[in-house]
Design a protein around this ligand. Structure first.
Ligand SMILES: [Zn+2]
Length: 94
């Protein structure tokens, strides 16, 4: 069930932290949003994409419900930027 990780999972309160490794702006006729990629989910180890809010607005980080792990209660993780993205001064973190 639970997968062994090479690195200990970072926690924020009761939630594991999922590091955002890429910010992908999507602009088309119906979208004007940033997508947030996490390369390594702390729960399943796979990559996931979450919505990150409107382009030009502070990124919507924080808690997300996990869709990769089935539990009786809602479960999830907290989105936080990777260290390399934190160093990017253009990124606004909400
Ligand atoms: Zn996952």
């Amino acid at each position: 069930m639970a997968k062994l990780h090479a690195h200990p999972v970072e926690m924020e309160g009761n939630w594991p932290i999922a590091r955002v490794t890429a910010i992908i702006p999507v602009r088309d006729r119906s979208n004007n949003v940033n997508l947030l990629k996490i390369a390594h989910c702390p729960l399943c180890g796979k990559a996931h994409i979450h919505g990150g809010g409107t382009i030009g607005s502070p990124l919507l980080l924080g808690h997300r419900v996990a869709h990769c792990v089935k539990r009786a209660e809602p479960y999830g993780y907290v989105l936080r930027l990777s260290e390399s993205l934190q160093r990017n001064g253009e990124v606004l973190e909400s």
